[in-house]
Design a protein around this ligand. Structure first.
Ligand SMILES: [Zn+2]
Length: 224
């Protein structure tokens, strides 16, 4: 068994959410049922602070309304929980980094309800910048404000997800200075020997039927 962290964004029908950064609920369901049948343990990002667990980890960037509305029941039916990465300055409003494709983001009440059901709510920075383009001080500010806003609402934020997968050495220093031990980046492969502050995640796209997802996990990482 491997350690695989999947990165989803929106979870909705093609009619409502389009294809860009979206995965249909039926596709997520097929993924979750497959790993459930194979008895892969469910892992949450916060678990990586203490260990390098084997299993499957479902993460949802940006905490879109579509993901927060649809994913939890699908995951729970298969025995799993997910991790949802909120952008505190925009919680309950609409994403502002994707221009024409802006979509609504879940409210605090929805995030608190998810947390009480065992899902993880994590830090996706306060305003969704490309962290590697900011100074160390700006990066600390982005992470610290988001951390405070999450924790003020009882959302015990214990992992960070870097917007666009963008980070540098200053990001890692900033994350560590706030006491975080887990950070998620993007990479086209399962978790290997990398630091827990730079964990690999595989992006799941609209066309990632189960066979395509398994290709991304088992075959693509070995191609030259
Ligand atoms: Zn994002």
């Amino acid at each position: 068994m491997k350690t695989v962290i999947l990165c989803y964004h929106k979870i909705g029908s093609e009619l409502e959410e389009g294809r860009w950064l979206n995965c249909a609920p039926e596709t997520l369901g097929a993924h979750a049922r497959f790993f459930g049948r194979k008895k892969w343990p469910g892992v949450l990002p916060r678990d990586f602070a203490a260990a390098r667990p084997e299993g499957i980890c479902y993460t949802f960037d940006d905490a879109y309304v579509s993901a927060v509305s649809n994913a939890p029941a699908i995951l729970e039916d298969a025995g799993y929980r997910g991790a949802f990465y909120a952008v505190p300055s925009l919680v309950g409003v609409v994403s502002n980094w994707d221009d024409q494709k802006a979509r609504p983001l879940a409210t605090w009440a929805e995030l608190i309800r998810l947390s009480s059901r065992g899902h993880e709510i994590g830090n996706h920075t306060n305003s969704h910048p490309r962290m590697a383009e900011l100074t160390l001080e700006q990066q600390i500010q982005e992470l610290a404000v988001a951390h405070q806003m999450l924790n003020d609402r009882g959302l015990d934020s214990r992992s960070v997800c870097y917007p666009y997968g963008s980070f540098n050495a200053d990001t890692l220093a900033a994350v560590s200075s706030l006491g975080y031990q887990v950070g998620l980046k993007l990479a086209k492969r399962p978790v290997q020997g990398e630091s827990a502050l730079e964990l690999n995640r595989i992006v799941v796209s609209f066309s990632d039927s189960l066979p395509k997802l398994l290709y991304k996990i088992y075959v693509r990482p070995h191609l030259p």
